[in-house]
Design a protein around this ligand. Sequence first.
Ligand SMILES: C[S@@+](CC[C@H](N)C(=O)[O-])C[C@H]1O[C@@H](n2cnc3c(N)ncnc32)[C@H](O)[C@@H]1O
Length: 221
Amino acid sequence: MNKQFEKDLRSENGFCSKEVWCDEKALFTDDSLIIAGHHVMDKWQSNYMRCLAKISSKYGGRILEVGYGMGIAAEFVEMNKNVEQHVIIECHPDVVKKCRSIYRKKIEEAKVVIYEDFWENVTSNFPEGYFDGILFDTYPLSQKEIRKNHFFFFVEAYRLLRKGGVLTYYSDETENFSEIHMAKLREAGFESIDKKMVKVDPPESCAYWESNSILAPIVKK
Ligand SMILES: C[S@@+](CC[C@H](N)C(=O)[O-])C[C@H]1O[C@@H](n2cnc3c(N)ncnc32)[C@H](O)[C@@H]1O
């Protein structure tokens, strides 16, 4: 890649463009997933991921998971015997490779289906009401995505869920929904909006989370 172009792509306050994100190597350690110098996922979130997986797969059937990361939530989704199909969308090639190696047999059987792409390029191919549950946990690649990424997805999640289906997502809130989150969920069409507070124990060195709780949304169509 041309050096100046590469610099421009990286220039937004340390965030990456989609192209640079996918070009960077993903580093998996025992405790973390690091891409382009960002702590994308950490093992201390396991308890929270268990809760998100439980919410999204409560009704079994067909589950959509956006963002595979360390595969922690995916493993919990797979433990639910009522899940008939687990569709995963993940953009990073190394992360997809890892997922493919773990679920090789289930992928052959189409129990697990993985799309290597950004959700923005994939979900319009699914018909309305196709999913019983959705778990959305991506990582913001730009400043713009930090607050807005969920919001873009809410409208699409409403379309993708069957009536009575449930959406959950990584929330950047500790105890209560912010007004803007509530407003955006309602704007998308959701009326049944509930939550669970999950206890977490981030290490002192964690740069992005200090609280000992994270809100797990339970949003039904
Ligand atoms: C926080 S991690 C997901 C962690 C996961 N829930 C777990 O339990 O390990 C976010 C993942 O979303 C992926 N991602 C970021 N933006 C995306 C997008 N627009 N579409 C699909 N995947 C995306 C990243 O490459 C990363 O692997």
